[in-house]
Write a protein that binds this ligand. Structure first.
Ligand code: NAD
Length: 264
């Protein structure tokens, strides 16, 4: 499986890696020589993704983890460290989307969004840092932000708020982690065709009273330079580059991967 060995000897924990972007990153990391823990609410999916990687000659385990559950995060992180022999890279990626106007947003759904995106990022970061700070062994933390870490769209108040919030968390971790050799960055993808996006196309069409094709053309890809979706490979390549980067020249940054939708 090892096409290159950029992450040889490293251990990565990727949350939300049973599907979509997380799975693509875990697979790319395994190809680059890392042992990967696939942490997901969906245990069956996590085990299946780990089995796919193992079948291709990589090293992976599935871990059942709800990133909003403090005890589950601490236990899952400890299991990763014990079974894979350490933890050098955390990708805090688990996420969901709920689209509604602010005026109609149920408080419970707002809190669920913030819990998964923000509390999940905090809890996994804390558990990881406690290990990385030991003996100053260092490491890298990546947060899955979004173009919505920088821009806003209608119907996405908690998502936009949480994705903006990740920039703040990443910058604090970059400052606090520096003396322990820990780097922290945010990846900000444009729209990628995963279950998370496929679910919201008909939902947005309903909310705005337009066709699904119009959602894609006039909302999702309208401001890209080429009318093309960002791909799983685009995001995985960026995650590999950031994880393998050799110095703290790249820390506290957000890298946007969006076909020019957002230019920083
Ligand atoms: P996806 O639905 O394909 O995968 C999300 C995964 O997260 C699923 O496997 C799901 O089971 C898991 N998950 C959900 N809640 C969880 C929880 N509480 N604990 C642990 N795991 C949980 O979605 P995706 O598109 O791959 O999204 C991954 C991340 O990328 C999200 O943070 C999302 O906001 C972000 N993102 C996606 C896009 C896009 O266009 N797809 C763009 C920018 C950012």
């Amino acid at each position: 499986m090892q096409a290159n060995a950029q992450l040889h000897g490293k251990v990565a924990l990727v949350t939300g890696a049973a599907s979509g972007i997380g799975k693509a990153i875990a697979t790319a990391y395994a190809r680059a020589g890392a042992a990967v823990a696939i942490a997901d609410l969906n245990q069956q999916g996590a085990d299946a993704a780990a089995a796919e990687i193992t079948a291709q000659g990589g090293r992976a385990i599935g871990i059942a983890m709800d990133v909003t559950d403090e005890a589950a995060v601490d236990a899952g992180t400890a299991r990763c460290i014990q079974e894979l022999g350490g933890l050098d890279i955390l990708v805090s990626n688990a996420g969901i989307q709920i689209v509604k106007p602010v005026v109609d947003f149920p408080y419970a759904e707002w809190k669920k969004m913030l819990a998964i995106h923000m509390d999940g990022a905090f809890l996994t970061t804390r558990a990881t840092l406690r290990h990385m700070y030991k003996d100053r062994r260092g490491g890298t933390i990546l947060y899955m932000g979004s173009v919505h870490s920088h821009l806003a769209s209608k119907l996405k108040a908690p998502y936009v708020a949480a994705k903006h919030g990740l920039l703040g968390l990443a910058r604090v971790v970059a400052k606090e982690g520096a003396e322990y050799n820990v780097r922290s960055n945010v990846i900000c993808p444009g729209f990628v065709r995963t279950p998370l996006v496929d679910k919201q196309i008909p939902e947005q069409a309903r909310e705005f009273g337009i066709t699904e094709e119009q959602v894609i053309k006039t909302i999702m890809l309208k401001d890209t330079v080429d009318g093309v979706f960002t791909t799983l490979e685009d995001v995985a390549e960026t995650a590999l580059f950031l994880a393998a980067f050799p110095s703290a020249a790249l820390t506290g940054q957000s890298i946007t991967v969006s076909h020019g939708w957002h230019m920083q």
